[in-house]
Design a protein around this ligand. Structure first.
Ligand code: DC
Length: 230
């Protein structure tokens, strides 16, 4: 399978700002935006809703294959969402951000069968072209031939601060130290897992956003886009 020339692969750790930046970039270029984390989150939420034990790899894998999942542009919604996720026709977009999903999603996304199924769906999406795809393994595994690969990172403290602000805005119970601990736990888990660990592709541009505004990051990426996209 060949990768369309205009796919931008964007990876990075939890709360690095990659979704914010990826979304802004897609808007600017008139591309589709796919946040692949929401697919692992949807599989996790579906297991929790159906009472499937998230430790049961066989059952979670079977569930991921049967998942009736649809991701659509956020047309018309005024609640700050970047896209709408439908699970069996039901809008679950905000449920995907719950602390319960946060807690279990790393485990679910470490299962090889779940990953294979999600990667298959992601490649299908990528074939449409003109896509900004955001995740952990887009440049390394999902779209290794993408003409532009970006790895967006920031210090753990800054990422925890950003997540704290997001949570505050969404009205969830909030504690900075707990969020920082969760960010560090997920970094360690995502980077050390056996299948598709989080790491920059060899030919990725690494952008540290700790001291940069989203607009400054976007401008840096737009300059790279002009150099690397046809
Ligand atoms: O980006 P996020 O926080 O929504 O991602 C949720 C989880 O899914 C995270 O623990 C890592 C995993 N993930 C992954 O393994 N591969 C991807 N391409 C995207 C997310």
């Amino acid at each position: 399978m060949t990768t369309p020339l205009n796919v931008i692969a964007m990876d990075g750790p939890a709360a690095s700002g990659k979704s914010t930046i990826g979304f802004m970039l897609a808007e600017e270029l008139g591309f589709l935006f796919l946040d692949t984390g929401c697919m692992y989150r949807a599989a996790t939420l579906a297991a929790l809703k159906k009472g499937i034990d998230v430790e049961d790899e066989t059952a979670v894998t079977a569930l991921s294959r049967a998942l009736e999942l649809d991701i659509q542009p956020a047309a018309g919604e005024e609640d700050g969402r970047q896209y709408t996720v439908l699970l069996e026709g039901q809008d679950i977009t905000w449920q995907l951000r719950s602390p319960d999903v946060d807690k279990h999603v790393s485990l679910v996304s470490s299962y090889i069968g779940v990953r294979k199924e999600m990667v298959r769906r992601q490649r299908e999406f990528g074939q449409r072209g003109q896509v900004v795809m955001v995740g952990r393994d887009i440049g390394t595994v999902v779209m290794p031939d993408a003409p532009l690969k970006l790895y967006i990172t920031a210090s753990a403290e800054e990422r925890a601060r950003r997540r704290w602000l997001d949570r505050q805005a969404q009205g969830h119970a909030n504690n900075y130290d707990a969020i920082l601990a969760d960010v560090q736990r997920r970094d360690a888990f995502d980077s050390n897992r056996k299948h598709s660990p989080l790491k920059p592709a060899e030919d990725a541009f690494i952008i540290n956003t700790t001291d940069l505004t989203p607009k400054a990051v976007l401008n840096e990426i737009l300059a790279l886009t002009r150099l690397h996209l046809p």
